[in-house]
Design a protein around this ligand. Structure first.
Ligand code: UDP
Ligand code: GLC
Ligand code: MN
Length: 414
């Protein structure tokens, strides 16, 4: 029986993502597996459908079977009404023409060939789901990459389950699938369903407030798949390679592929939803971010080509990250001795992609942070000549305890 990578596409704003995903899997990473797409033809323009047919092997129309969660709930819990349609992922288990599926959200970008996943998990059964931990709550899985075995019985169970109250704790598919495969069975000590944990590198979800940039540097070469979670997808914003910030630099990886495979001006206008202010994209309510359709620029002016040499040189993965432009950033934390007049020396620049004005809570544990801080210093030493890493690390490692005892002291004085 065949196996396939499969994605879900119910609406026009995600077409660009689905196309880039397929181009990357097929033409960049040369997968041996089929590319399938569960697609709602009523939500997609004829032109987009043509582009999809050019790259996907199996188009599976969702006829009248779009499965919606409760709109009220998804708005209350996630604030993203477009996600109530993601209950439709239930239909994945109904695709019994495949023996195994690797499902990918259309906002994912594989950086490595993922074919080995089919081999590694070929023996998993229908009651098992394979997925990476979610960055927001690592004790559950993120539903942007799933390895699953289609099965009629599980499909039926999921349909029934989705109808019950509190089936999904977030109102959308991630809450639903976690409850079904992982949380409810765990609570009742049942072994009938199981989540098999995949490493985080298979579903890396950095966003504009990603907190652990040293790890991103350390493990960048190991990343198999990027997943652009959140309301703002790479294709929603203009990429300007000279001013790229953290997430934009990762977005540039997506733009590189888009610019490579979609060069026709007319395709680009459609795919980027330019001049569709009243169309599907409009309902996403993108707020203050400047979107391509908010300007009068032509698409070619909007999207500056990304310098591919920075991406192809394996020895320089950090080139795409913001700390290359550290000199433009202000330190967000100042470390100094608690009992001394602050601050006595320039701090190491702890990397944070947080936008100014928001608080930062980079909470590296002291043992783990020692080497990260050292390498950070190595990286920064030309700029921070008066920073003594040994001494300062020592101070930093004592800081939380000092702060705690100080807090305790002042409270006991009250
Ligand atoms: N999706 C879709 N149309 C929609 C909303 C979602 O086709 O209107 C699909 C698409 O494949 C998308 C996935 O459902 O990637 C999940 O939504 P999204 O990726 O936006 O969720 P996030 O990862 O940001 O939580
Ligand atoms: C997560 C997943 C996405 C899912 C959404 C709603 O962020 O990335 O695939 O649709 O939650 O549950
Ligand atoms: Mn997603």
């Amino acid at each position: 029986m065949p196996t396939a990578f499969i994605t879900l596409l119910t609406s026009e704003p995600y077409v660009a993502g689905a196309l880039v995903l397929a181009q990357t899997l097929k033409n960049e990473l040369h997968t041996k597996h089929k590319l399938a797409i569960l697609l709602d033809p009523t939500g997609i323009s004829p032109k987009s459908l043509e582009l999809i047919k050019l790259i996907y092997d199996d188009i599976i129309p969702i006829d009248d079977k779009l499965i919606n969660g409760s709109l009220k709930e998804v708005i209350a819990k996630l604030g993203r009404d477009e996600l109530n349609v993601t209950f439709t992922k239930i239909l994945l288990w109904n695709q019994i023409q495949y023996s195994k599926l690797v499902y990918l959200d259309s906002d994912t970008l594989p950086l490595k060939n993922l074919d080995h996943l089919f081999e590694l998990y070929k023996d998993t059964e229908a009651h098992e789901i394979v997925a990476s931990p979610d960055i927001g709550w690592p004790d559950i899985f993120n539903s942007g990459l799933l390895i699953l075995t289609p099965d009629e019985q599980i499909h039926k169970e999921l349909v029934l389950f989705s109808g019950i109250q509190d089936a999904s704790f977030d109102g959308a598919d991630q809450g639903l699938l976690n409850e079904f495969f992982h949380l409810k069975p765990k609570e009742s000590n049942s072994t009938s369903k199981k989540w098999i944990r995949l490493p985080f590198v298979y579903n890396v979800t950095p966003s504009d407030n990603y907190q652990y940039l040293p790890a991103l540097t350390r493990f960048f070469k190991d990343i198999n798949l990027l997943h652009f979670i959140g309301q703002f997808k790479p294709w929603h914003t203009k990429v300007n390679s000279s001013t790229l910030e953290s997430d934009s630099r990762l977005h540039a990886l997506w733009w590189e592929k888009f610019n490579k495979y979609y060069t026709e001006e007319s395709d680009r206008i459609g795919l980027l939803n330019i001049n569709l202010a009243q169309g599907e994209a409009h309902k996403l309510n993108f707020g203050k971010l400047i979107n391509s359709w908010d300007t009068n620029d032509t698409p070619s002016q909007l999207i500056e080509p990304f310098d591919q040499t920075t991406l192809e040189d394996d020895s320089q993965p950090s080139k795409i990250f913001p700390w290359e432009h550290r000199e433009e950033k202000k330190p967000t934390r100042i470390f100094h001795k608690v009992n001394e007049d602050p601050p006595i020396r320039k701090p190491p620049i702890l990397k944070s992609s947080r936008k100014s004005g928001t608080s930062t809570s980079t909470s590296a544990s002291t043992s783990a942070s020692t080497s990260a801080l050292k390498s950070n210093y190595e990286f920064n030493k030309n700029q921070d000549n008066d920073f003594d890493p040994e001494k300062s690390l020592d101070e930093i490692s004592k800081l939380p305890i000092k702060l705690l005892s100080k807090k305790g002291e002042s409270e006991s004085k009250k």
